[in-house]
Design a protein around this ligand. Structure first.
Ligand code: FES
Length: 502
């Protein structure tokens, strides 16, 4: 399903696939907002940069976000102060506030037309029992010397119990912004798309980045892994400390007047709101229906929830766009930014931005670029990617271990009782064929597609996603389309495909 962003931007251009062995100073793997921002800053400093992506520029998570740029990441500052202390929380806030300023500066300097506007951002609750957590957050943020406000009347079409308001936050059109960055440097930075990086190895003081699908390699002094979820398992071991979450967005057209500002609820389930331009229309964006990637979902539990909410408050509305995205979430909710692993010098990573990649990608790009140039960065210590802190989120850790064990061990050997005839048209499921599991999809014309339903990352049993018609991995969130083509990291290989006549 296409996002509002992709349908309201016609500036996408094609870049070539890698077609020869090349050398550069810095090879960036991934052309989302983090990778392209790194390329932008490094280009300004005179580095010879190569950017490689297996998709298009900003074609995955970046192109499917809400496009909010804020330092207010839910009721996050109480959490940070309680778990990491005042100093840490203050640095986190300052880093993200700086990101808003940095992004605005880039937009002004490069004259990027990306619908940027400053907005107030609200985290609210409709539940009076949760009001204390809102007031606690106000106190927590004020203790960091940041002027947030408590507000109970915010302009939403329903009553709230209270909210925390951050002023001078921002929103933009994420594709227009990233393509603006890309266009400003593409005369002197080489971009290669639809090229899959399959390995990164040290070799004589530099790195060799291999792209097996095209058969060519890039040799560079520095490597930045900016590919959403690191696909290299060892060292780093990111698959043991990060999961992926799926969430959904709709854009609706209504004749009723809309509100100003950006909103996200602190309740469960949580919903997100903002407005965005689409031609002459001002559309309402509603996000939510979050679930762990690979867990069961259907239309009613995802888009259906958002559409019901839209119809409840805007009965005249038409849903114009539906789309969804995935976010990487670390177990302590802090991104991993810095050296990919302590024993790999000049090899960097930025990941685990949760739902706040618009601001955190800028924070990450500044940290990584400063590390490459040997400059001190006051924020780098709080995002240390090699940290071995005690686990702050034991429930999430337990869930991750249980889910991985279940998908890797129990579900793999458990018999599937689904019969092929039970799979409806335009749907999929796993069937036992001669004792082996096979993932089938029947399209609307009853064409049959059969794949091995085992993830090419670490072998977990995949689950069928009937909303997107994809095979999703419950362990670390890799995704494949119904033909077996890999869509999302950390897996990068396609699924084994069976001839249906086998
Ligand atoms: Fe890790 Fe599938 S994503 S096993």
């Amino acid at each position: 399903m296409d996002s509002l962003w992709s349908k309201s931007f016609d500036g996408v251009r094609n870049f070539p696939r890698l077609s020869q062995d090349i050398c550069c100073d810095v090879c960036i793997v991934g052309a989302g907002i983090f990778g392209v921002t790194c390329a932008y800053y490094l280009n300004l400093l005179g580095f010879d940069v190569v950017v490689i992506d297996k998709d298009d520029i900003a074609g995955k998570t970046t192109g499917n976000t809400t496009g909010k740029i804020t330092s207010q990441h839910g009721l996050f500052y109480s959490y940070l102060i309680n778990n990491f202390g005042h100093h840490f929380a203050g640095l986190y806030l300052e880093a993200n506030e700086s990101a808003i300023t940095n992004i605005k500066s880039i937009i002004d300097k490069e004259n990027i037309s990306c619908d940027f506007s400053f907005e107030n951002n609200f985290v609210y609750t409709t539940d009076f029992d949760r009001l204390k957590s809102i007031r606690d957050e106000v106190e927590a943020v004020r203790s960091l010397n940041f002027p947030c406000e408590f507000a109970s009347s915010v302009g939403l079409p329903f009553n709230i119990a209270g909210s925390v308001c951050f002023k001078n936050q921002a929103q933009f059109h994420p594709l227009k912004y990233v393509w603006g960055l890309c266009n400003s440097i593409c005369d002197s930075t080489r971009f290669f798309t639809h090229t899959t990086v399959s390995d990164v190895r040290q070799d004589n003081g530099s790195y060799v980045v291999s792209c097996d699908d095209v058969g060519y390699r890039v040799r560079s002094k520095f490597v930045i892994l900016a590919c959403h979820y690191p696909f290299i398992n060892v060292p780093g071991f990111y698959f043991t400390k990060m999961y992926q979450s799926s969430s959904y967005l709709i854009a609706v057209d209504t004749k009723k007047s809309l509100f100003d500002g950006m909103f996200i609820s602190a309740d469960s389930p949580s919903f997100s709101f903002r407005t965005a331009k689409f031609g002459k229309k001002n559309l309402l964006l509603i996000g939510g229906a979050e679930h762990k990637t690979g867990s069961y979902c259907n239309y009613d539990s995802t888009y259906g929830v958002l559409e019901n909410l839209a119809k409840k408050y805007y009965p005249d509305c038409d849903v114009l766009f539906r789309w969804n995205t995935r976010d990487c979430v670390s177990l302590d909710k802090i991104p991993y930014i810095g050296l990919f692993a302590n024993n790999l010098p000049n090899f960097y990573v930025g990941t685990g931005f949760k739902k706040w990649g618009m601001s955190l990608s800028n924070v990450a790009a500044n940290i990584v670029v400063d590390m490459i140039t040997g400059k001190d960065n006051v924020y780098s210590s709080i995002f240390n990617s090699s940290r071995l802190n005690p686990i702050k989120n034991r429930d999430e850790f337990k869930n991750m271990v249980v889910q991985s064990s279940k998908s890797l061990l129990i579900d793999k050997i458990k018999r599937s009782h689904l019969h092929f005839e039970d799979i409806p048209l335009n749907s999929g499921g796993i069937v036992e064929v001669n004792g082996d599991k096979v993932g089938f999809f029947r399209d609307v014309d009853d064409n049959i597609f059969a794949v091995s339903p085992f993830c090419t990352h670490l072998g977990c049993l995949l689950s069928w996603n009937d909303v997107d018609k994809t095979w999703d991995c419950p362990c670390h969130g890799s995704r494949f389309d119904y033909t077996g083509k890999n869509l999302y990291d950390p897996a990068f290989k396609d699924l084994k495909v069976f001839d249906v006549m086998d």
